[in-house]
Design a protein around this ligand. Structure first.
Ligand SMILES: Nc1nc2c(ncn2[C@@H]2O[C@H](COP(=O)(O)OP(=O)(O)OP(=O)(O)O)[C@@H](O)[C@H]2O)c(=O)[nH]1
Length: 426
């Protein structure tokens, strides 16, 4: 059968651009576009201004030529007219000058020498900048006696243009650098502030570091974001501490007895089970099962509060008998148990039980300062000699305790492993 379940696309990990790189790119594009456009417009304006300046210059030169060649035209002296042209060409700025007769013939002319590529380029620029020659009539006594014909010189225009463009470009590059410097500074403020928030967020999510805080940012919105983020962290930190405390308290409640503060049955059974871990070699253990004699009577005659007081005192006294590693628990009601640390012999556990019987010989002082004699019955079971499991060890110790109780109470009994027979006192 064909499987029609769509397989979701697995997103491939890809290299993402950093915010700094993205802002950098945008700033460079904006700056280059703005500076490029401004540069282009400024160069165009400079060109127009230069051209109009050069054109009015050419008009003035034509007028000067017209005045200076007037006499030469009147006296038909072409050589004098040529000298005048050379004289003005030394000081003026034109490519070619002609004096034409009223009939249109060339009376005299002068042309700027073309020495090299620069001059050729100048000539070309001159053709572009001044496509039409400037003409001006030479008037004598009210009549036209000739015409001044003048074309513009592109060489000096070219030089001037190059100078203008180069200095303009220099200014634009300087402006671009200054703009770039300030944009980088502004960008650093944004990127650093967001970088702090990103780093702290990552630390919080990866290591639950709720104690971290984001430093304040120079930009108002980012500062607000940092402050709000810090408030959130403070709340999370408080919440986490509260949860930790709750956990500690719940764990304590789950494993401790509320009245005596000793470990409870669940903890004791768990500890016992761990001692019989099949993955480990068997341990030498001794378990003392302890039950208060005639506890119901205490409750019934002196009240539940007195019974509680007795249980607490017993808990305190038993705690004082413990060595390091021993585990004491209240199993429930008037039952207690002690697990003696591994490597304990029968004689040692019996000595331990005798000590317990002994310490209970001191009467319990009740809350109303009355005293009460309280005794305990103790059953001892040993592992691995008498039991091979937690359940069996507990049952054997309970059984031995029952023997103690049946004999007389206020005594100990070591489990025999034999079936229980009822023993009467005396
Ligand atoms: N005051 C008090 N009494 C409790 C508590 N838990 C259980 N008891 C009472 O403890 C009594 C235990 O009674 P039994 O199990 O008959 O024990 P006993 O009177 O000592 O009898 P033997 O074990 O045969 O000596 C019951 O009356 C329970 O109600 C407790 O936390 N506080």
């Amino acid at each position: 059968m064909e499987n029609n379940i769509p397989v979701p696309d697995v997103e491939q990990p890809r290299q993402r651009k950093t915010l700094g790189a993205a802002l950098n790119r945008i700033h460079v594009i904006v700056i280059l576009t703005a500076i490029g456009l401004a540069g282009f417009l400024l160069i165009m304006l400079a060109l127009l201004a230069l051209r109009s300046h050069a054109e009015s210059n050419l008009q003035l030169t034509a007028r000067a030529i017209s005045y200076t060649t007037e006499a030469a035209l009147v006296f038909n002296d072409a050589s004098a007219a040529h000298d005048s042209l050379v004289f003005i060409a030394d000081r003026g700025d034109f490519a070619q000058a002609k004096i034409l007769t009223p009939a249109g013939n060339t009376f005299t002319e002068w042309q700027h020498p073309v020495a090299g590529n620069w001059d050729k380029l100048g000539q070309f620029v001159g053709h572009l900048a001044f496509p039409d020659p400037v003409t001006l009539p030479v008037i004598h006594s009210g009549s036209v006696i000739g015409t001044v014909w003048l074309t513009g010189n592109g060489t000096s225009l070219l030089g001037f243009l190059l100078e203008t463009v180069l200095s303009l470009l220099g200014c634009l590059v300087l402006t671009a650098l200054v703009a770039l410097y300030f944009s980088r500074r502004m960008q650093k403020g944004i990127v650093d502030a967001l970088g702090h928030i990103t780093r702290v967020t990552h630390e919080v999510s990866a290591n639950r570091s709720f104690t971290l805080r984001v430093p304040s940012a120079p930009i108002a919105e980012l500062h607000t974001l940092s402050q709000d983020f810090n408030s959130l962290l403070t709340e999370l930190e408080a919440w986490e501490n509260h949860m930790k405390n709750e956990n500690v308290s719940l764990t304590k409640k789950a494993l401790h007895d509320g009245l005596t503060g000793l470990h409870n049955r669940a903890f004791f059974i768990d500890t016992l089970n761990q001692c019989f871990n099949p993955m480990r070699p068997p341990l030498s253990l001794a378990l003392l099962f302890i039950d208060v004699d005639n506890f119901k009577e205490i409750n019934d005659s002196l009240g539940h509060a007195a019974g509680d007081r007795v249980l607490m005192v017993i808990g305190e006294r038993l705690s004082k008998t413990l060595r390091e590693g021993d585990v004491l628990a209240r199993l429930g009601g008037d039952e207690f148990a002690i697990l003696l640390d591994p490597m304990i012999s029968t004689a040692e556990s019996v000595a331990f039980a005798e000590r317990i019987v002994e310490i209970m010989k001191t009467p319990v002082i009740l809350l109303n300062n009355k005293t009460l004699d309280v005794s305990l019955s103790i059953g001892i079971a040993l592992s691995p000699s008498q039991a091979n499991s937690a359940k069996e060890l507990l049952e054997k110790a309970d059984e031995a305790m029952y023997r103690s109780k049946k004999i007389s109470g206020s005594c100990w009994h070591v489990s025999t492993g034999m079936p229980l027979t009822v023993v009467t006192k005396d």
